[in-house]
Design a protein around this ligand. Structure first.
Ligand code: ADP
Length: 644
């Protein structure tokens, strides 16, 4: 037997392992199984090139629990280690520069947690003693037994081991007894090892028979060794992709909308499958996340810095040995490889979407409502994606017809360009509420888009920034004549004075809940068959308010009261009948100014004896816009009955 000290001046290594890494201690199992799988894969490689002769026999990795001895064992039939190798790989702690690292970060637990894969040594996080029994594949190699109790001292001796490979035996610390529970271990294996390339066995398969769970002879294999993303796209059918989707997310009932198979080997290595899920509500957006693997070992589902943010809404797997997995998040963000990976994924997703649109526009359009949120989010947050997405981002009109912005602009160019050469696109977010406006627009031969998505306002603003002469206006934001101004706009023959009198008369009768709502009266020569009085809402102000709900730094707009224009239509016969009838009256009013009471003279306009009719007209306008409620509505109804 030999004794020695582990090759770092490391009275401090074990406390560090135990203390600082404890928040993530379950990863010890992932590390040990990865080593076992590596050793097995290496053996298979050696065998395939003829370095190892004969049949390899059983190559399963097994995990076993001995409750009496309080041990957890990971066994493989891989290449094994000779005594010299144990000395080199285990005794001289494999990570380089550990000593400086520890000195540098002594006081910063945060910096150490997750900073590096401690590999084999992570087993000391949960064990009071760890033993290695190993028999190398090499001819004439003697088996070796290594043992260490979490101090810098270890023992090493020759032993007898019947089979090639390595057993790692953990004597689990009392405070970590959960790692001696079958359910805990099975859970961890399913989490980290579900797609490892070598079979992992844990216990026996179980089956329900006559209300009892019985053990079968067959071993319980945890993993699928050939997950879909490691196979060639040409070998896979749509059903296979769907099946794999459910393997990844057993609780997900819906089929994905479509998938993208990623596969690069230059300038970095990356494979994976991304799925566009069917999202029913905002709630399940982040329920299933993209999983990140490193050579089929599960690493994390926190992919925020690796995949562009808008793509984190997708589901699926990404596997890359090139992503530095054991480093901190801030390091990841600045890593060039990671940036390239993220750029690549963006490009690949955009290309696939473009291809799908080109191949079958109708089929793509059918899925549009479900995928639109991802695409719009991407367009708004990633310039490169925006450029590509203009080729397949769709707009839907009220007839349910979908087209790209360019296609759509071409289709309305003839009618919807105003006298200044601006292309004006009309939209509604609520066809029922805007019914009369929509009818008027249609009567003019204009088309109306349905823009009721959460990100639509932002996307329209973005499109306006990119196209100089493009404006989106909601159909109710002005009279249709003003929305798309043509040379021959309707005119009336009244003088400004007459109109001002009428305006003031209406103004005197407005509802007054000025905190929340503000009304402005304007006189416009709208169409004779439009309503005598109607409401519009300024596009700019309304949109600023809507955007302020999602964006920081815009709360100024958010706090403004909603404001509406009450448009008095001077081309309508009823208004024409009223115009010129107004009278003005000078009234004295007491106001307080600098603490003193003062009397001022105000001119009050009114339409003698017509107040009830004006109120009725205002109420009709409010009613048509769904704004007449409560007491005001009751008054309106009563007044209507009286008028009848
Ligand atoms: P890493 O796996 O990151 O290199 P580890 O500390 O986990 O670091 O392991 C150090 C080395 O010990 C491995 O690179 C490998 O050469 C050897 N090793 C560990 N476990 C096994 C095993 N089960 N079979 C054969 N060799 C092993």
């Amino acid at each position: 037997m030999s004794k020695g000290n582990i090759g770092v001046t490391s009275d401090n290594i074990f406390p560090v392992i135990k203390k600082f890494l404890y928040s993530d201690h379950e990863i010890f199992l992932r590390e040990l199984i990865s080593n076992a799988v590596d050793a097995t894969s290496k053996l298979k490689t050696l065998s395939s090139v003829g370095e190892v002769k004969g049949d390899l026999g059983d190559t399963r990795v097994r995990v076993t629990i001995d409750k009496k001895k309080k041990t957890l064992t990971v066994s493989d039939h891989g290449i094994g280690m000779t005594a010299e190798e144990v000395d080199k790989f285990i005794n001289q702690i494999a990570f380089s520069g550990a000593e400086e690292f520890l000195n540098q970060y002594k006081d910063k637990a945060e910096a150490i947690i997750g900073h590096f894969g401690l590999g084999f040594y992570s087993s000391f996080m949960v064990s009071k003693k760890v033993e290695i029994f190993s028999q190398s594949y090499k001819e004439d190699a003697k088996a070796v037994h290594w043992s260490c109790e979490g101090t810098p001292e270890y023992t090493m001796e020759e032993t007898i081991k019947a089979e090639r490979g390595t057993d790692i035996v953990l004597h689990i610390d009392d405070e970590f007894s959960q790692y001696l529970e079958d359910a805990t271990i099975e859970g961890l294996l399913k989490k980290y090892c579900k797609f490892l390339p070598v079979e992992i066995a844990f216990g026996k398969k179980k089956e329900w028979k006559e209300g009892k769970e019985v053990e079968l002879d067959e071993e319980n294999i945890i993993n699928d060794i050939n997950p879909a993303w490691t196979r060639k796209p040409s070998e896979l059918k749509d059903e296979d992709y769907d099946k794999f989707y459910h393997e990844l997310y057993p609780m997900q009932m819906d089929e994905p909308l479509f998938h993208i198979h990623l596969n690069v080997d230059y300038p970095f290595n990356l494979t994976g499958i991304l799925y566009f899920p069917k999202i029913k509500s905002n709630l399940d957006v982040h329920r299933n996340k993209i999983q990140l693997y490193c050579n089929q070992v599960y690493v994390t589902d926190e992919v925020e810095n690796i995949v562009p943010e808008y793509l984190t809404l997708l589901h699926g797997v990404i596997d890359s040995p090139d992503i530095p997995l054991n480093v901190s998040r801030s390091y990841l963000q600045s890593d060039n490889n990671v940036k390239k990976i993220s750029g690549y994924i963006t490009k690949k997703v955009a290309d696939k979407l473009a291809e799908l649109y080109k191949a079958d526009k109708d089929e793509f359009a059918k899925k549009w409502d479900d995928i639109k949120m991802f695409i719009q989010f991407g367009m708004l947050t990633d310039e490169k994606f925006y450029e590509k997405a203009t080729g397949f981002a769709l707009y839907k009109n009220l007839d349910g017809k979908y087209s790209t912005l360019d296609e759509y602009m071409d289709s309305v160019r003839e009618k919807q360009v105003d006298k200044d050469g601006n292309m004006v696109l009309l939209y509604t977010n609520d066809p029922d509420a805007h019914y009369t406006f929509i009818e008027r627009a249609k009567a003019k031969g204009y088309d109306v888009l349905l823009q009721d998505g959460e990100l639509d306002v932002h996307v329209m603003s973005q499109a306006e920034q990119k196209h100089e002469k493009l404006r989106f206006v909601r159909v109710d934001s002005d009279t249709i004549e003003n929305l798309i101004k043509k040379e021959e706009t309707a005119k009336d023959t009244y003088s400004d004075e007459q109109k001002e009198g009428l305006r003031k008369a209406f103004e005197g009768l407005l509802p007054s809940d000025a905190d929340k709502l503000r009304y402005y009266v304007t006189c416009e020569a709208a169409a004779a068959d439009a309503l005598p009085v109607f409401l519009t809402q300024n596009e700019f102000m309304r949109r600023m308010k809507e955007m302020s709900a999602h964006q920081q730094g815009m709360s100024f707009y958010g706090q403004m009261p909603d404001s509406y224009n009450i448009v008095v239509n001077t081309n309508h016969p009823i208004i024409q009948e009223l115009i010129g009838k107004e009278t003005s009256e000078e009234v004295q009013e007491e106001v307080e100014k600098d603490g003193k009471k003062e009397t001022v003279v105000k001119t009050v306009y009114s339409l003698a004896n017509e107040d009830e009719r004006l109120k009725q007209l205002i109420d009709i306008a409010l009613l048509a816009s769904g704004q007449l409620k409560g007491e005001a509505l009751a008054k309106f109804v009563n007044r209507s009955v009286e008028l009848l």
